[in-house]
Design a protein around this ligand. Sequence first.
Ligand code: XIL
Length: 328
Amino acid sequence: MNGVFSEHFTIGGAVNSSTVLGSRELIVKHFGSLTAENEMKPMVIHPRMGSWIPYGADEIANLAREHGMGMRGHTLVWHQQTPGWFFSSMGAQASPEVLLERLEDHFTRMQDRYGDVVYAWDVVNEAISDAPGEFLRPSPYLEILGEDYIEEAFRLAKRIMPDAKLYYNDYSVLDPAKQDKIYTLLSGLLEKGVPIDGIGFQGHWNIYFPDSRTLERGIQRFAALGLDVQITELDVSVYRHEDRATRLKEPTPEILELQADRYREIFQTLVNNSQYVSNVTFWGVADDKTWLDNFPVSGRKNWPLLFAEDHSPKPAYYAVVEAAGGNP
Ligand code: XIL
């Protein structure tokens, strides 16, 4: 798949230790870029103060090196999957200086170990609030460092990872209210000269959303700021966003067709706007392992990717390849 899109953008996938084992063939055949689904997050790398557990990340980085793939580093500053010790010191809340030292240490270790293979970092993930009237999401970073923490994170990343592309990554970028907030944040930072290269649209979408116009407008709005756009966590749920029902035991042929149509429309739009888009990454490999089996409903099976549970290509796969005008 990576090959058929080569004149437009690279195609990536999020992998973890179990998909590297069970889906290696698909990964190597279809992806030109990898993201560690969890293994580069601070919680996994150093769950306790002084611990350093890079083995899962090493495995993924080595697979990328072996096959000449680049990696998207995910993610440096996020309110989730960051261990509590980052934010505390001697039984109290850490001072800004202590937290910044910890970030510097973390960034430096990641750069030293993976700087050869990681070409892009999600420096800040999900900083914007979903709540009406609230701008930044409440988080220990905001509490300790104040609202300049985003700017400080990008400046620190630029100093430590001078050659990497630096992204702000978020979900619901196509929601009008959230998009306005993200636009305000990023245009303000760019005006101040903060080193941001691009925006990641996570792309946790579904068989009914988004339409091509909404996606195109979103891409072009951020591209007009001079930002590169990457789709960083693409999957197309078989459920509507707000749907919590657990009725499906397997996807019906109608659902698989709707999913293929949505993927086709998404990829046609991405191809039409490929001067602004440099990478499209799926959040997983095949439907046998997807984070949507536990989100937003724990234990509800979902089938959001291009390959079925048995790894055979789904109608969505053929639709995506067709959108590139290529052969599978
Ligand atoms: C998810 C992983 O897929 C899960 O395995 C993990 O339990 C929780 O995190 N937005 C992000 C990703 O930026 O890091 C999240 O990944 C999905 C939502």
